[in-house]
Design a binder for this molecule. Sequence first.
Ligand code: GLA
Length: 399
Amino acid sequence: MRYLLLILFGLLMVHAFGQKFDLATTPPMGWNSWNKFACNINEELIRKTADAMISTGMKDAGYEYINIDDCWHGNRDSLGFIHPDPTRFPSGIKALADYVHSKGLKLGIYSDAGTQTCGGKPGSHGYEYQDAITYAGWGVDYLKYDWCNTNGINAENAYKTMRDALKSAGRPILFSICEWGDNAPWLWAGNIGHMWRTTGDITNCWNCEKGFGGWSSFGVLQILDKQKDLRKYAGPGHWNDPDMLEVGNGMTLIEDKAHFSLWCMLAAPLISGNDLRSMTNETLAILTNTEVIAIDQDPLGIQCLKFLDSGNLQVYAKPLQNNELAICFLNRGESSISLDFNWKDFPVRDAFSGKNFEFGNKEYKIRDLWLHKDVGSTGIPYKQIIQAHETILLRLSEK
Ligand code: GLA
């Protein structure tokens, strides 16, 4: 009997600790306030963004989370409970969560493993369990957990503590690790978070690095290149996160399409970062291209491999369910490329997923996912002009 009780107790402990919630079987999709609004946020913006998520059709395209980033915080009270900024969020986070839920969407919030957030607001260090209970009580569905002001603490332990706190609070909350790749989270975060940032912050440029003294933010190409060798760590429930989208925040349309195509090839979380209340039709068309989104959301959850790298032309391949394959041609350069691609010379062999595509032996139909058109087969060479900074995104299926 004593042993039975011990076993039961052990099972209970395993259940309460050392686990994350079973969420994010495909890369999470949503919106986050930071890229466009930084600290300039309030409850009105969040409500109107939730409204826009519905009215624009983004929810129908799969976007689900409305995430409040840094600077929602007010102070801790005398018992240590965190409260939202009373001027920016006078109705409180619970009311906001109720509103967002009433639209069939989910609410995300932001905190930090250190003493303060990157924006200088109260961090969760030493308050992890209390904050997790607070978030769960408010009806929060997603936590982005940052890494500023952590003063030498161990990253794996810090993120484990918050994972355990969330688990014990009992409400399924998606846990987004934002540690910028500093301590190689892909090596240890698979059982801790549902996604982990692989790099420093993105910024709205194609090819740049902006330095801010101790840290830098990066353009699309810089972030893309930092994903090298990480594909084996991603899969359903645990994703590499190359940071949120900059679509609609100032790059050209060609660059925005390329950025979106590449993030879908990477099986990245698709967290839009623009102003949904006032975006152009072109921006909306990019964000809601369901054929492109389907590449990202493919149930196998295989991140792309780069199978050809020839100067400015790179070719990426992403195995999909039903023996289909996404192919993305990227022109990184400043002048157009005249592509003449003989499939038979470039079989895709992916040792990681065990999926092979022998174009010499088998013919595949080709669909262009930006043109929304079937464009022939792999039986003949594929010819196309690729503009500077452009991607061509194709879906191949067996004939
Ligand atoms: C860090 C994160 C960003 C954002 C800001 C908020 O830089 O990486 O994504 O959350 O903090 O201050």
